[in-house]
Ligand binder design. Structure first.
Ligand code: FAD
Length: 390
């Protein structure tokens, strides 16, 4: 919109996947949302930097259930949203976690037993030979893996724009939120660089900048932002196009087919948090860490064809970066704050594409009083995370 509306039933701050999903479920609940996005276009900060992958292999039951609901939307997008013009590029090719170590195998066994106990019985434990029978490109050192065929990946931009369109929301781009008007402990208005919008309800869905926006209302959120990079290799003939997301479970390095090549990632646990940024820096050494077979986190460790790609030395690549918005246990903050009418939908860490549709549905249910139980409520105690590096 050229002019911002003077009033709104619900203001959503942020036009990434979380803001768009919030708008979609708000509209389904009968609310008329307004999305405020600081940038000139929706979906131009963290969401497009992501890998767009989703899985039901977690180290906790809450996220398993959450992503299960999101996956239903991904698999039935056109029917549920009524949008036929957005091709999600859905590829249900699975998630394969590989290990070369006995200890890793034991860890996988324990985790899969828990996942089965949560009802996710379609996660398979495969021995090394079975892994190579199904995925011949896996190397001889791999002694086993865990696999779920129903996991997959999609285009996060198509998802975001499709949800935004389906919401019918008023969308105001180039509209930076600068503060809130709060009276008697509740939200009265949202202040933007283009004027004020009177409202009784607002949702902070500002990705890595959520902490900054919350501070305008005097809130101190338990969030840290950490740079995550992605190697984009548009053309790599060696990459099997039907491969699942393939993860070295011993190091955390992973890749998945994309374009006519692959995306490659590694979530280095040693990366220190840095302040929220509009321009997220890349580091040229990141690509070498993943691609050079001599690196301890090389993708060639479990999938040796990457050694050939390295030796051939002619493949193009470029780097993309975004920030994970992390809570102490890397599960999102969804729900009300101490300021009445002000809600959070943020902190998804590396799981915002897969988590945000169901997380947004949960938020709207909590907001409208349809659901009380909410394992992601912002004021909860944070239990330590066991083992989930991605
Ligand atoms: C390299 C990488 C790989 C990833 N891979 C995956 C994956 O495979 N699967 C998965 O589920 N997740 C993945 N993630 C995580 C996922 O990308 C994020 O969780 C998700 O994109 C967060 O969405 P968002 O809408 O909260 O944030 P964003 O996309 O950053 O959107 C927030 C928006 O808020 C706007 N904003 C901020 N401040 C203001 C303000 N004051 N006023 C108005 N607007 C404002 C910003 O401009 C921005 O557009 C990955 C992340 C990275 C970095």
């Amino acid at each position: 919109m050229r002019a911002i509306p003077p009033t709104a039933e619900l203001v959503i701050i942020g036009g990434g996947v979380v803001g768009a999903a919030t708008a979609f479920y708000a509209a389904r609940a009968g609310l008329r949302p307004v999305i405020l996005e600081a940038r000139p276009r929706l979906c131009t900060l963290t969401t497009p930097a992501s890998t767009g992958a989703f899985r039901l292999q977690f180290d906790n039951e809450e996220e398993t259930r959450l992503v299960g609901r999101s996956a239903y939307l991904f698999n039935n997008f056109a029917e549920i949203t009524g949008q036929t013009g957005y091709d999600l590029g859905l590829r249900v090719q699975g998630y394969l976690w590989l290990t070369t170590e006995e200890e890793g195998r034991e860890r996988q066994r324990r985790l899969v037993a828990r996942q089965h106990a949560w009802g996710q019985t379609d996660i398979e434990m495969l021995d090394g030979d079975e892994v190579r029978r199904r995925f011949p490109y896996v190397g001889p050192d791999v002694i086993g893996g865990r696999f779920r065929a129903g996991d997959g990946f999609l285009d996060p931009k198509a998802l975001t724009l499709g949800l935004a369109r389906a919401s019918g929301a008023v969308i105001c781009t180039d509209t930076q939120v600068l503060g809130f008007k709060i009276g008697a402990g509740r939200v009265r208005a949202v202040e933007t660089a283009r004027g004020r919008i009177e409202t009784e309800r607002a949702v902070i869905a500002a990705g890595p900048l959520s902490g900054v926006v919350a501070a305008f209302a005097g809130l101190d959120l338990p969030l840290q932002t950490v740079v995550r990079q992605k190697v984009v290799m548009p053309e790599v003939p060696e990459v099997p196009a039907q491969a699942p997301m393939t993860i070295d479970d011993d190091t955390g390095a992973h890749w998945r087919p994309a374009l006519r090549g692959a995306y490659l990632l590694y979530t280095d646990p040693e990366t220190p948090p840095t302040p929220p940024a509009q321009d997220v820096p890349t580091d040229h050494r990141f690509a070498f860490r993943l691609l050079d077979p001599a690196s301890p986190v090389s993708v060639a460790r479990v999938t040796p064809f990457w050694r050939d790609v390295w030796q051939r030395a002619s493949a193009h690549w470029l780097l993309q970066a975004g920030q994970y918005t992390m809570t102490p246990n890397r599960r999102p903050l969804i729900g009300a704050t101490a300021v009445e009418g002000l809600f959070l939908n943020t902190g998804y860490s590396g799981h915002g594409i897969m988590g945000s549709p169901a997380g947004s549905e949960l938020l709207i249910d909590v907001m409208t009083g349809r659901r009380r139980e909410n394992p992601f409520r912002p004021g909860r105690a944070f239990l330590p995370r066991e083992h989930d590096r991605l």
